[in-house]
Design a protein around this ligand. Structure first.
Ligand SMILES: NC(=O)c1ccc[n+]([C@@H]2O[C@H](COP(=O)([O-])OP(=O)(O)OC[C@H]3O[C@@H](n4cnc5c(N)ncnc54)[C@H](OP(=O)(O)O)[C@@H]3O)[C@@H](O)[C@H]2O)c1
Length: 388
């Protein structure tokens, strides 16, 4: 058995930090909760692959795990989790039954931890899947079914590829669901071009790239001027969320709704991508067109949402709650790296030791793009030319 450095979140650390701030989650310091630990790696079984992590993207589920704002996942998992469900690595060992991968291959992970009979995840890897060990670690042992060949020739650089393993399948899944639902109500001959709105964040950005790529009119309501500007090159129109005080008040939502009507010639948004909930949920419902679809895979600001059912019925609005893709859908999403998905990367590439700070800065919404953590100092020859 070998061991390596890996990040862990313990129920004790969550409890101590919550006690320190009297359960005021807004005051929690996540750097007191996410800590480097030593992980004993499992032996490589016949269907397993061992890889050394080259880079990964920081993901928001870390914030949920560290603050226990949704569920106390570290406690539910027996007191400790090793988080991290997005990674890019180099294969260093394969089990006897593994034919899809060989030593030296560059791979990315997906986080579907336990597919149901249709392929959709019952549980998410390194979150609620029992015994799952995450990939915010120097080395990992994982079942071969959970890896995909990294598309090294897709035109993206290494950090851009590392930004996508979790966010791209999520965006792809949300898009195909929203599009399918809308098409049940409005076939192409009735509506060929959709108005599509997304609120800030990496998944929304990818969702809007896909919408724009398919020829639809896309709008990005974000508080970050840099990220709005980065989306302009895809033809995505920016709306400054801070101009509406991040929807702190009913009057802000009303003003936003008025602006949406102006931008869309009185029609509104046929599809709204809302991974935030909280105040963004009401803003998204207000922005929706008749027959609109509101799709979500996140609850960053609030888990619960309430709405006027009669109003939603009269406007024929559909709410769709998604989680994550099937393995087949993950392959489809990966095929869009570089051609559709061209993520914006934060202007600092974080060192492995800086992950806690990267998560805090992600939570503060001060990053100029998706945060990437470099784990390996010595990069294999296969990726040398992809490092900017
Ligand atoms: N189910 C899944 O498979 C899945 C996968 C990925 C993510 N998620 C969930 O989806 C959510 C978003 O994830 P992500 O990766 O897209 O996020 P992200 O890249 O970490 O970005 C978060 C964004 O939230 C926006 N934001 C922050 N505070 C805000 C506030 N007070 N009001 C409005 N917007 C605010 C910021 O955008 P601006 O500053 O630009 O406005 C920020 O860029 C998270 O809860 C995450 O856990 C779920």
């Amino acid at each position: 058995m070998s061991s390596c450095r890996a990040y862990a979140i313990t129920a004790d650390a969550v409890a101590n930090e919550r006690a320190r701030v009297n359960d005021d989650l807004s005051q929690m310091d996540i750097t007191n909760v996410i800590a480097l630990d030593t992980l004993d790696l499992a032996d490589v079984g016949p269907n397993d692959v061992k890889f050394r992590t080259l880079a990964f993207s920081a993901e928001h589920n870390l914030t949920h795990a560290a603050t226990a704002d949704t569920v106390n996942i570290a406690e539910l998992r027996g007191g400790k989790i090793y988080p991290g469900n997005s990674a890019l690595g180099e294969v260093t060992e394969v089990g006897g039954n593994v034919s899809k991968f060989k030593v030296g291959d560059i791979v990315i992970t997906h986080c579907n931890g336990d597919p149901d009979p249709y392929g959709y995840p019952l549980r998410i890897w390194a979150y609620d899947q029992p015994d799952s060990i995450g990939w915010y670690a120097e080395e990992c042992v994982v079942g071969d079914w959970q890896l995909v060949h990294a598309p090294l020739d897709c035109g993206l650089n290494l950090w851009e590829i590392a930004a996508l393993p979790l966010r791209a399948p999520t965006a792809y899944h949300m898009w195909r669901r929203a599009e399918g639902i809308l098409r049940v109500k409005l076939p192409d001959e009735q509506l060929s071009t959709f108005n599509v709105l997304g609120f800030g964040g990496g998944v929304s950005e990818l969702f809007l790239m896909l919408a724009a790529h398919r020829g639809h009119k896309a709008y990005f309501c974000s508080g970050s001027p840099e990220r709005r500007e980065a989306m302009e090159k895809f033809g995505v129109i920016g709306i400054d969320q801070k101009q509406y005080n991040r929807f702190a008040d009913r009057s802000d939502i009303k003003a936003f709704g008025k602006e949406v009507k102006r931008l869309t010639n009185g029609i509104g948004m046929h599809i709204v991508c809302d991974l935030m909930r909280g105040p963004c949920f009401d803003a998204g419902i207000t922005a929706a067109s008749r027959q609109g679809v509101n799709v979500s895979a996140g609850w960053q600001l609030s888990r619960d949402c309430t709405y006027n059912s009669a109003g939603a019925s009269a406007k024929q609005i559909t709410l769709d709650h998604t989680h994550y893709e099937t393995p087949t859908g993950i392959d489809a999403a990966t095929s869009l790296y570089g051609s559709v998905f061209k993520p914006t990367i934060h202007n600092e590439i974080y060192a492995f030791e800086d992950l806690p700070r990267a998560v805090v800065e992600m939570d503060q919404a001060i990053q100029t793009g998706i945060p990437i953590v470099r784990v390996a100092e010595d990069m294999p020859a296969a990726v040398q030319s992809l490092i900017p």
